[in-house]
Design a protein around this ligand. Sequence first.
Ligand code: DP6
Length: 323
Amino acid sequence: MAATAVAHPNIALVKYWGKAPEGDNVPAVGSLSITLGGLTTRTRVRFDPGLAGDRFRLDGVEDGAAARRVSRCLDRVRDRLGVRIHAEVSSRNDFPTAAGLASSASGFAALVTAAEAALGGGLDPAERADLARRCSGSAARSIFGGFVELRPTPGGPRPTETRQILAPDEWPLEVVIAVTASGPKATGSTEGMRLTERTSPYHAEWVRLSPAHLDEARRAVLGRDFEALAAIAEHSCLAMHAVMLSARPGLIYWNGATVACLHRVRELRGRGVPVFFTVDAGPQVKAVCLPEAVPAVREALGAVPGVEALLHSGLGGGAEVVE
Ligand code: DP6
């Protein structure tokens, strides 16, 4: 009753921000992401009838707050498979946790995949994605590799549908991540979403426009149209941050170096370098580019004052059981 799974973080090009009113962590908007192959979460789950409760260690350290969320996620897998046994979970990230690098996405994708395998569940990836979505919305997308779309499907067989729209090698984009602050973020995504839903005057408009954003991005991806993808991805990112900023109190996830990086990416693209930016609920800037642009992008972002480190990744595959 033990299994180990790996999963990779993903970066949304059309952003998920906001939850549907029916609850159960169904997203209010569809999203489209790329799964990164170069950053990995590895999680081992061992179910043991002798345990009085679940146990969780992240990078070797017991973490109480995270443990409760892990336990709630395990409950969903246990309920789905009709099992009542507690588990010991240990997880490792080979990249900084909780700094806007989507560690919850790879974390919950790996957790659901390992737990389900340990219990011999036999669920298909779409079902695993819907379970992972209930633990953390973005985690559904890390079940698949390459370019992945997650949509709410009211009235469908499941409340959401997650699917791969292009495999990683069908359009091998690269991502350079400029780390501008390495501590944990101020307001987590779940809390930040609740605040903006309640208080932002722009939230309803963001939700209304989202199907059009998703259609535009899907067309750009299927047509391998980099310029078109750059335009819609930067728009979705900036529109999400506009909603965050318009909450009360406003959520400001950026620092000075974040903004300087955005300008640097725009300058590069103005000079014909194929690159665009996206930023999640944190200060790191993700520069998405064609492979030939990587050296120029690294050099430009590495020279921005306040950039502490650069990470670099190509696209990768979905969550999988390795042991
Ligand atoms: C800004 O998936 O972390 O990264 O469902 O509450 O766990 P919960 O939220 P989460 O939100 C991700 C928000 C984002 C955009 C995105 O990844 O689409």
